[in-house]
Design a protein around this ligand. Structure first.
Ligand code: BES
Ligand code: MN
Ligand code: ZN
Length: 496
């Protein structure tokens, strides 16, 4: 993880990152150097010669005179102010392009504290790499930036320093989510997921920081009636787990939220085996569990004044002689029965247990949020960069959408139409685990709704597409695990 700093002094690094914008449709460009005084004349004509346009995700490198390397990152159309997300992405693109260098100073057009924070966050989020499993090719891989310095006149203020600390915490736990997603299922089982998180809780201060961790093994899960987690996990040699991490702040908590994340360490589809083509992406099916578990630890590290209970039901969905068969009936925690018509609709089964358990705790909740790579229908509806929000409470959803927009995570509201619920009726159990194929994302949401107290504000976040980037890297987003949902969860807690 790179070190983040803020400074208003002379640039000490060999690399300086500045913004570049387009000023008109005829290829006009302008440099946006933020609080840094730069003689732009000769540089501008060199940039024109290089064919630089200033569009987003464009990186142009020039040799410098005071610094070794000048790096121009595209901000799009010239504007008096740039959105936080434009700054975040531009900083992220530049830090990705700077892998192999050790230190860089970023001077982008950030006037307010929030803008400076966005630059810091984007730069840090872009400086990620995942090389744990490289052997002989490890050294061919350029290491990400080790030191990132954000240049700003606000550097000496306490608030600026705090926002850089916050950005570093966001980056650290986003890296954790990405690492967990990128780790193959050979090395990330339900059991090893809990052990990795136990180690992170410990290094974040454990009980001293208000964090508590509890883990259920397969025997306890069976004895205590977690039929969803057991039913999904019983086909695998890697037994299921339930992971609970709670954070209690020092003072009286402003709010208490429960987070529940889908933790399928690999989804083969079970006996409804998925086609081989693309199955490898199902190592990302624990993205929700990773996001909620990392979020609660990040919230503790930021000492936010909210109580959080995170729940991660973890299982590996495998086909075998012990796997759940289509037509089997399982009993979810709390007593509802489900006819498993399709073992590939497994996420909702483990989440049903998780949601029920989360609501059974004696502490009164102000809201509950589940996060899941739940349906292929989500990707069909919204694509790979926009996640869905479904809810039983409009106000909670509106608040969440505002928070998500502010931290640069794309979420969009989706309905839960009552008429689709009947398709989940079963002739033999309380409900079936699949219904209408059309509107499959909404049907999955309606299934979960059956396991939520209607009085309790609830959000269901379907992140199936955005959790895992199988295309090219862009902005601060690498290939592979993205870490989506972590920033929104942490920011929601900040604003509670
Ligand atoms: N993990 C998948 C959903 C998924 C698909 C996530 C693509 C990320 C990318 C989920 O468990 C699943 O298999 N869902 C089925 C449900 C269907 C059987 C009702 C689906 O979407 O096809
Ligand atoms: Mn599945
Ligand atoms: Zn799944």
């Amino acid at each position: 993880m790179s070190t983040l700093k803020i400074s208003d002094g002379v640039v000490k690094d060999e690399v300086l990152v500045l913004g570049l914008t387009s000023t008109n449709s005829k290829g006009g460009i302008a440099i946006e150097a933020g609080d840094m005084a730069i003689d732009t004349k000769t540089i501008l004509s060199q940039l024109v010669d290089m064919g630089a346009t200033g569009k987003a995700d464009e990186i142009t490198k020039l040799p410098g005179s005071h610094v070794r390397l000048l790096v121009f990152t595209g901000l799009g159309k010239k504007s008096a102010t740039y959105t936080h997300e434009t700054l975040r992405r531009a900083a992220g693109s530049a830090s990705r392009a700077l892998a192999g260098n050790s230190a860089a100073t970023f001077s982008l057009p950030a006037k307010s504290l929030a803008e400076v924070a966005a630059v810091a966050e984007g730069a840090a989020l872009g400086a990620y790499s995942f090389t744990e499993f490289r052997g002989s090719t490890k050294d061919d891989h350029k290491a990400p930036l080790k030191t990132i310095t954000v240049h700003s006149k606000l550097a000496s203020s306490a608030e600026a320093k705090a926002s850089v600390v916050r950005a570093a915490v966001i980056a650290k736990y986003t890296y954790l989510v990405r690492d967990l997603i990128n780790t193959p299922p050979s090395h990330l089982t339900p059991d090893s997921f809990t052990k990795k998180l136990a180690a992170v809780v410990k290094s974040a201060g454990g009980a001293k920081s208000g964090l508590k961790i509890q883990i259920w093994d397969e025997k306890q899960l069976k004895a205590q009636g977690f039929g969803g987690i057991i039913g999904v996990g019983q086909g695998s040699a890697n037994p299921p787990r339930l992971l609970h991490i709670s954070y209690t702040p020092k003072g009286k908590a402003a709010k208490r939220y429960a987070f529940v994340g889908k933790g399928i360490t690999f989804d083969t589809g079970g006996l409804a085996l998925k086609p081989a083509l693309g199955m490898e992406a199902m190592k990302s099916d624990m993205s929700g569990a990773a996001a909620v578990s990392a979020a609660v630890i990040a919230i503790a590290e930021l000492k936010l004044n909210v109580a959080i209970e995170s729940w991660a039901p973890l299982a590996e969905n495998m086909p075998s002689d012990t796997a759940t068969r289509p037509s089997d009936i399982i009993t979810i925690f709390g007593g509802k029965t489900v006819e498993v018509l399709n073992p590939d609709a497994e996420g909702r089964l483990v989440l049903a247990d998780g949601l029920m358990k989360a609501q059974s705790s004696k502490n009164k909740l102000d809201g509950i949020i589940d996060v899941a790579t739940l349906t292929g229908a989500q990707v069909v509806a919204l694509g790979t960069r926009t996640s869905a929000v479904m809810t039983n409470n409009q106000e909670f959803s509106d608040d969440f959408l505002a928070v998500a927009a502010q931290c640069g995570e794309q979420f969009w509201p989706m309905p839960l139409p009552e008429e689709l619920r009947a398709s989940l009726d079963s002739p033999v159990a309380d409900l079936a685990n699949i219904g209408d194929r059309m509107g499959g994302m909404l049907v999955a949401g309606l299934f979960l709704k059956d396991f939520v107290n209607p009085e309790l504000p609830w959000l269901h976040l379907d992140i199936a597409g955005p959790a895992y980037n199988e295309a090219k890297p862009h902005g601060y987003t690498p290939v592979g695990g993205t870490g989506i949902a972590l920033r929104s969860l942490v920011t929601l807690a900040e604003q509670a």
